[in-house]
Design a protein around this ligand. Structure first.
Ligand code: GLN
Length: 482
């Protein structure tokens, strides 16, 4: 059975394998591994096999760029006819009347949507432990987190259950789980991919992007999902680049900035040595390594958690029991709101709604919300100044490898610190990819490359050149049955 996105598509187009066979193989693999992992919240085998049969029967569909490719979707992406919960009780049983734009584009491109993946509730978290429907395990070590919040998508790809999944990234939720699961994750520039139909968390940062086993497969997906959308006014009107065409394997003369002071902050020694080796590999390929400073990044976590809680408190006000999902039946309207939200939201979501309401409250708005916006501008300016000297910036994706399940659930600040290297790109709206760069024992590590806004293809190009000369992306975990 062909394994990569490209190989599946070509085999289906050439009819050397049928989309139905590919779909069956994915469903079998999910059946074999998901008891141990719980990467999926919902698998729709019947719809998937039905769509695969349609593709097999239609010569036009078989030539599409994702013909017959099984895809898993993070459960905060709206899918028509397939429940969408964002891993929250408050959306239990919610059946969206429409597809997210990216979902529609995947379907048109011939992809076969097999199911919805587990995540932190409303994408708030770094470990997938904040799901209302149980945690997901890391395929490389079942007692560890797959990362989060798109942990189910990353675990499903790492376990080779699907070759491609979508996640969403507000502060690292595509890149960090990709790094912790040994796969590739890409957070596009803000505005490059439509968010219509993405359940909003923090709208000034949220992005949708691919998780795949290789940079090439992530680029193929970007060619399908990127581009203007009249339904999302924040989506850039310019036509996207050809992401696959940018993967030339060439990085000679490319200037890569390394913010040493930031990297040293709180990283495990194994993370630093794998990162140094990755930078050395890029230098051997002909890249020029340059020291850069991102002085305001020291405040990135604080700024991120002020702004995202503020935006979340506003975005989540709509879950009141009137229109969506769970409703507590009570005598009065006020009581219905209270009980619906009280029972429907989990602890982390409540923590963030309360924090965000405080940040936006009359007496504290200037001290917290306005101040955080000002520091966000400084963080963005640091990146802009760095990009006057370099083409891209290299960082570890995560300061540690996958941590043990349960280790940080009672210590939110410690959990938040997992995002120290990823939130900067979101605050500045920049494209950033995580590509596997080695192991700490049995646990994978990720190299992150961040580029200037709308230079998504270049960032993918550097990651691809690195991937071609290193063995890390081709390794897959052996998952014990359970
Ligand atoms: N871990 C970060 C948070 O908890 C990022 C989440 C995300 O990118 N969706 O907010």
């Amino acid at each position: 059975m062909p394994a990569s996105v490209r190989a599946i598509r070509d085999a289906v187009a050439a009819r050397s394998v049928s989309a139905v066979e590919v779909c069956r193989a994915a469903l079998d693999r999910i059946g074999a591994v998901d008891g141990a992992l719980h990467a999926f919240l919902r698998v729709d085998a019947e719809a998937a096999l039905g769509r695969a049969a349609e593709i097999d029967a239609d010569a036009d569909l078989r030539r599409k760029p994702l013909a017959g490719v099984p895809v898993a979707l993070k459960d905060n992406l709206c899918t028509r006819g397939l429940a969408t919960t964002a891993a929250s009780r408050v959306l239990e049983g919610y059946d969206p009347p429409y597809d997210a734009t990216v979902v529609g584009r995947l379907r048109e491109a011939g992809a076969v949507i097999v199911g919805k993946t587990n995540c932190d509730e409303f994408a708030m978290g770094s470990s997938t432990e904040n799901s209302a429907y149980g945690l997901t395990r890391n395929p490389w070590a079942l007692d560890r987190t797959p990362g989060g919040s798109s942990g189910g998508s990353a675990a499903a790809v790492a376990a080779r259950a699907v070759p491609l999944a979508l996640g969403s990234d507000t502060g690292g939720s595509i890149r960090q789980p990709a790094a912790l699961c040994g796969v590739v994750g890409f957070n596009p520039s803000y505005g490059r991919v439509s968010r219509y139909g993405l359940i909003a968390f923090a709208s000034s940062l949220d992005q949708i992007g691919p998780i795949a086993a290789s940079v090439g497969d992530a680029a193929t997906c970007m060619n399908v999902i990127a581009g203007p959308d009249p339904r999302d006014s924040t989506c850039a009107p310019a036509a996207p680049e050809d992401f696959s065409a940018a993967l030339t394997g060439e990085v000679k003369g490319v200037r890569i900035g390394v913010p040493r002071a930031l990297v040293a902050q709180g990283s495990d020694p194994e993370v630093i040595s794998a990162f140094d080796a990755a930078v050395a590999t890029l230098a051997e390929l002909g890249a020029r390594i340059v020291d850069v400073a991102l002085p305001h990044s020291a405040h990135a976590i604080a700024v991120y958690y002020l702004l995202t809680t503020a935006e979340a408190s506003s975005n989540l006000a709509r879950y009141d029991g009137v229109r969506y999902g769970h409703r507590a039946e009570t005598a009065t309207l006020a009581e219905m709101y209270e009980r619906t939200r009280g029972a429907g939201f989990g602890l982390e979501v409540k923590r963030r709604v309360i924090l965000g309401t405080y940040v936006l409250s009359a007496g504290y708005y200037d001290a917290y919300y306005v101040k955080a916006q000002q520091v966000r501008s400084l963080i963005r300016r640091d990146y802009e100044m760095a990009f006057e000297q370099v083409d891209a910036i290299a960082l570890p994706t995560s300061p540690t490898p996958a941590f043990p399940l349960g280790e940080r659930t009672s210590d939110p600040i410690r959990m938040y610190l997992a995002d120290v290297f990823t939130v900067g790109a979101n605050l500045a709206g920049l494209p950033a990819v995580s590509v596997p760069c080695g192991f700490s024992g049995a646990l994978p590590l990720g190299l992150q490359l961040v580029g200037p806004a709308m230079h998504d293809a270049m960032v993918l190009g550097i990651a691809d050149a690195y991937e071609r000369v290193t063995p890390w992306s081709s390794r897959a975990p052996a998952i014990p049955p359970r």
